[in-house]
Structures are given as C-alpha cells and as structure tokens.
Write a protein that binds this ligand. Sequence first.
Ligand code: HEC
Length: 109
Amino acid sequence: MKAKISLMCLALPAAVSLSYAAPAAENWENSCASCHGAEGKGDTKKGKKLKLRDYSNPKVQVELKDEEMLKAIIEGVTDKGKERMKAFKDEMSEAEAKELVAYVRKLKA
Ligand code: HEC
C-alpha cells in the first residue's frame, strides 16, 4: 500500500490538468488525505484536531449514508457557520465526488 502511494505521487505532476477527471485514489491523495489520512483513519495531525471519524471502522461505515457523504464532498461541512471541510464542487465533478464516496466505502477494514 505504501509503495503504491509513493508511485502515485511521482505520477502526479503529469496528471494535473483542468479538464482531467482524476481517479478517486488520486483525488483522495491530493485533496483528502491531509485531513482524513491515506487510509481514511483521520489519524493525521489535522484529522486529530478536527476529531475525524475512522472510515476503516465498520461501525462508522454503517453510520454514514452515501447521500450524506456526497453532500459533504460537494457542499463541504460547516458547524454553526464555521467551515470544517471546504466544498469541492469547484474542483471536481459530481461523478468524481461519487467515486470518492465509493472510495471511502473501500477503506473499510
Ligand atoms: C481540512 C480538512 C479536510 C479535508 C482536506 C477534507 N475533509 Fe472531509 N471532513 C472534514 C471534516 C472536519 C468533516 C466533518 C466531520 C464531522 O463533522 O464529524 C469532514 C467530513 C467528511 C465526510 C462526511 C462524513 C463524516 O465523516 O462526517 C466525508 C465523506 C468526507 N469528509 C470526505 C472527504 C473527501 C472525499 C475529501 C477530499 C475530496 C475530504 N473529505 C477532504 C475535514 C476534511
């Protein structure tokens, strides 16, 4: 798993383009892993501070609804008007966001 991720990092500069629909794993690495962690455990510095859920936990997976996840990715998450997670609608298509939901599902241990 580790080796795969570093290979992806090497491939990134070639992949960045406006019209390019990135595969979910790439979007996850670029836009999500800094908070949610490469494996979705929320065990990064930021993730711990934000008290993120552990997506590898099967119980957490049951709690989360697909629509809720899609909405979080597209519209972002705010708490009492304060932004907790930004909206990604300007950076990715709905199809990419849907693929990320599927990606999060696969993070289940
Ligand atoms: C700045 C840190 C940060 C980044 C970057 C980030 N998130 Fe989040 N994410 C959060 C926070 C904070 C929440 C809200 C958690 C809560 O309220 O318990 C959240 C919530 C979610 C949720 C809703 C389920 C839940 O745990 O509440 C999903 C799904 C999600 N994020 C996926 C993503 C994806 C996919 C990306 C990348 C496109 C991403 N996040 C990028 C911080 C981040």
